[in-house]
Ligand binder design. Structure first.
Ligand code: HEC
Ligand code: HEC
Length: 205
């Protein structure tokens, strides 16, 4: 619905292109990864007709998911058992959706992507969900999702949902070496359980 409202008059009702380029080819010039796709949709492409969109972060994520789906549409979904996956999802529901993204906007990326995300979350970090660990001069460390950062301050959201804003002047270090707060499930779940979870997530949309 958002795509039809904001984008289709340039990119075509099915993303096939028009005044703006074909978005269904899966080949992007500016949006080479998720972070760039997010920024292209949110801010537009300077010096071209591609405008910034007036939308919330969640809406931009939904638009990203839709743009991705233009390529994966029709791809075979997982062979797993979605009902079994739903029961297994109890161990995921504490984080999704809250400190982790709403997975209804992830399924459009296709089953292979969902599977990879479960097995190896840090391989690709969902836009807006990059984790950092900030150590302040008084020795206190805060670990959470980076919401905003500039030269002066950094804002993050911890797993309990609380927002923290720290002045850079009072910060000793920012550790970016573990970018996902999600544990890797490779080795903790069987292949069948991963397939079942994938089938369940694919059906969430
Ligand atoms: C007024 C016309 C217009 C509208 C409205 C528009 N776009 Fe674009 N879009 C363009 C043009 C033109 C480009 C190519 C920019 C360039 O020359 O590189 C573009 C580029 C893009 C790209 C980058 C493609 C690449 O190769 O990396 C994406 C992604 C995109 N648009 C998505 C969207 C989405 C999503 C919306 C709706 C929120 C939208 N656009 C609305 C005209 C438009
Ligand atoms: C401790 C919290 C936590 C738990 C538990 C957790 N996740 Fe996540 N998950 C996250 C965070 C944070 C992200 C975003 C960072 C990233 O992409 O790795 C994420 C990302 C994802 C993504 C990629 C979403 C996207 O659009 O890129 C998928 C799929 C996913 N999780 C599925 C699961 C499943 C299935 C389980 C249960 C087996 C699970 N998660 C358990 C926190 C968690």
């Amino acid at each position: 619905m958002l795509f039809q409202k904001h984008c289709s008059y340039c990119h075509g009702a099915g993303g096939e292109g028009g005044r703006g380029p074909d978005l269904a080819s899966g080949r992007f010039q500016h949006a080479r990864n998720d972070e760039e796709l997010f920024l292209v949709i949110r801010n537009g492409v300077r010096g071209t007709e591609m405008p910034a969109v007036r939308a919330t972060v969640d809406e931009v994520r939904a638009l990203m998911a839709y743009v991705r789906s233009l390529r994966v549409r029709g791809e075979k979904t997982s062979s797993g058992d979605a009902a079994a996956g739903e029961r297994l999802f109890a161990q995921c529901a504490g984080c999704h959706p809250a400190i982790g993204p709403d997975l209804r906007t992830s399924s459009f990326r296709g089953a292979a992507f969902i599977r990879d995300s479960i097995v190896k979350p840090e391989a690709e970090i969902a836009a807006g969900f990059r984790a950092i660990i900030v150590t302040a001069k008084d020795g206190v460390t805060v670990s959470g999702i980076r919401l905003n950062e500039d030269d002066v301050s950094v804002q993050l959201r911890t797993a309990d949902g609380a927002l923290h804003s720290l002045l850079k002047a009072g910060v000793v270090s920012i550790d970016r070496s573990r970018p996902s707060l999600m544990p890797a499930f490779a080795g903790r779940l069987t292949e069948k359980q991963i397939d079942d979870l994938t089938a369940y997530v694919m059906g969430m949309r």
